[in-house]
Design a protein around this ligand. Sequence first.
Ligand SMILES: [Ca+2]
Length: 565
Amino acid sequence: MVSSLLMSCVAMVAVTAATRAPKDKPNIIMLFVDDLGYGDLGFNGHPTTSTPNIDKLAWGGKILSSWYSGCPVCSGSRAALMTGRQFNRMGVPGVFGPVVTDGLPLNETTLGDQAKKVGYATAAMGKWHLGQRAMYLPAARGFDYYLGIPYSDDMGSARATPCQGDTVHTAAKPTITIEDLTGSYEDMGYVGDGNQKLHNDPGGSFLPLVYQDASNKNTTVLEQPLDFTHLAEKYSAYVTGFIHEHASSPFLLYMPFSHVHTTAGNQRESQYAGCMFKGKSDRGPFGDALAEVDWIIGNVFDQLETDNIGANTLTFFTGDNGPWMVKELSGGSEGLLTGIYAGYWNTGKGSTWEGGMHEAGFAHWPGQITPMSRSHEVVSSMDVLPTVSAVIGAPLPTDRAYDGKDMSDIIFETNGGKSKHEFLFFYGGCSKKPMPSAVRFGVYKAYWCTGPGLGGCPNGQKNCTQNYDTQAPLIFDLGQDPSERYPNDNTYMNTTDLQAKASKALQTELETFTTESLISPPSIPSEMYDGKAYYSICCKRPSCDCNGAPSDVSVLPKWVDTTKF
Ligand SMILES: [Ca+2]
């Protein structure tokens, strides 16, 4: 009896990660960097940024050089990634403000929900940005754990404790207004109805760092306003602790970085990094912030190696939208995706020009994905959910339309390695409902309108949006012309045939695409203060300013190194 018990204990111990077959419920890591340009990374040719860990992963896997985001701004892009569906199909606006009543509709199935169906442990780190009310935060949307800033870095002021040698201690004040934060998004039509309300909610003034555990669904405010200087150490401790704790069973780790989005105006240079990286990059504060992202990613992959689960882990990397051009040196780089034909330089974040939506991307899985390989087949962030679902064996819901496609053939080089996107439509930017702005088909991209990125037309120009006849869209051959310089050039393409093809696809899209409206759920008791409803995240009413504290590390799981908090 004793010996048989002993034997079974030994057998249990032996079933560790190292012995799990690589394709048996592999771990999934999704790396998602905020406002990262196509040209910002070492592997894509930036001469001075330092991204050795990201570059090593890209080269160790398959670079996906035609990866598109689902929306040229933050919330729409995340909604598309989390659900595999076009953001406007769900009624999600381009951007949710920090005090809104609505979020990603509660009947949507997220990547986390898919992983939970097949028994995965799930964690999210960083910028969620699909609604800040508890019912919309990760712990209610398929993630067991969440640590992060629930929206953009600039949606509230923050602290940044000084590093040695710093002469400036950036304080949280002055308070910024919701109008300051969402003004340029509103100008571009990216803000939904729920964002127009509740402007007097003080919770939007100071960035919170929150922790959630799905087992109790409590949202604990660890800091408000949070400290940017030590944020990366906390993120790193949390994700490496999660990996180690769950090394012997399958997990999904979603890492939408708070970096490298610009901050509110009270931070010098509108970027941040910890003391290891501050002032170190020749690329300046943006390069410092990106180096810190690379450091966290390096720690994650060191942890996989320590736990001997690298071969059990499929990783995707991309950005949520292109660089925010009007932020100048504090924003990212489009690289060669400049959209020269526009005649203005603001062709990044917020626009459907290539610079706004074409992202750096790769897939990495030692032993399953060919190292040093590359494909320019069209993929989308919307493909992640169907692809991961196929890989982990989680059936997709059958009661809804999916815009994303399983990209397994491309990353695993099966069935000719082709994209399943015959037509990939782009919504947002210059388009007015229900029209898409543009479509990618094969090497071509057709535009029914072109317009500038967030911040509008450069040089005080009133209107630089151009509309094109539905039958005669502007067409570029991106195979030969990634910088979009020579549209409708009949020397290289039969424009008439291509326009007819795009127009026919548009007609089908308009006939079949449906959109929904967001519904704001009623107030719940925890949202009431002094007889009035407030929806923001707040450490302590009425001011929501706790001067950084409280940092209640006792709520963190035992696998987090709380000395970093
Ligand atoms: Ca973004």
